[in-house]
Design a protein around this ligand. Sequence first.
Ligand SMILES: *Cc1c(COP(=O)(O)O)cnc(C)c1O
Length: 382
Amino acid sequence: MTVQTVPYFVPTFADDAADAVLDALRSGWVTTGPRVAAFEEEFAAHVGAAHAIAVSTCTAAIELSLRALGLPEGSPVLTPSLTFCSAVGVIVNARLRPVLVDVDEHTLTPSPETVAAAVRRAGKPAAMVVTHMAGYPVDAKELAAAAGLPMERIVEDIAHGPGGTLRGAPVGADSYAGCFSFYATKNLPIGEGGAIVTYDADLAARLRAMRLHGMTKDAWKRYLPGGSWRYDVAELGMKANFTDMQAAIGRAQLRALPGMQARRAELAARYDDALTGLPGLTLPQRPATGHAWHLYQVRLADRDTVDARLNDAGVGTSVHFIPVHRLTAYARLLGAEECATVPVTDRVADELLSIPLYPGLSDEQQDQVISALAGALGGPPC
Ligand SMILES: *Cc1c(COP(=O)(O)O)cnc(C)c1O
């Protein structure tokens, strides 16, 4: 058996995260309480957004955002297929209809051209999910214009942020509904968790209720001194609240985030330098500024062979993503005709390979990835 010396991913936790969890536990507030409120304030400030609503997952963040749009059942929602399956699943769960949009082969995100083409093919959508793939900062306003939609119909999947910037502002600062993930492998790992950021005070108030069954008051508000057990449910919600245990870790992680992002950027630059010119390999596209470097995705003509050789050399890899329309349940749900509308996605999906990129990756480990990749491309290893 090959010894894996460079795992694909290892999470980094701030030194003070463990003590923060114990403090939360000992405080008696283990579900949504004061630490959640503090985390929301700090996260909103970090992103430069007016409001942040912390929720259980990014999947729930996207579903709640879509439900909050209040669209008629069956309304078409544009989404890339080159994304995580749950981001399309929630469109269905919100009783809306996914319509696929192709990606630009360099940025791996939809472009104004691919959005316009999807609108010509399928008609004007009611809403659109914009995915900031790998941390590449997408201009959501430009895509909204291409779809003929106002920003109030755009849900941004920023699971691969935070850390990206666009025109000098953090990605999410201009979002109507910007959805983040704090899943174990993401840039701000908590284990599980998510958040929605918005400039809209009404949307923020509704999402705050909708994340906990639609109740107009959460437990923290009901049981504060002077609080009351009375509440109402004005609109249906989900059980998707964030806990003080998660918030305790999140606050510590947020303080560590700038350092972790700097290391990601440094590693990405080292990969760029070392891998430039290798035969049969295409580097990820660099935006002018502001990549969040969640993933380092190379494109390889013979991806599966190179992948096997890397694994033999003890290097872990991943693929982001198997296009959603190729997954059995989604293929059935979308139908063969819809699945045939994203040729660029189909082509690049067979070439993509994600190689290790995380703050805890050492220079020595990265050098091992680089030489394994060079060896794999240079012919059979001896
Ligand atoms: C991880 C991920 C999600 C889901 O995030 P969770 O917090 O695990 O629900 C959604 N979209 C994309 C693009 C992702 O990578």
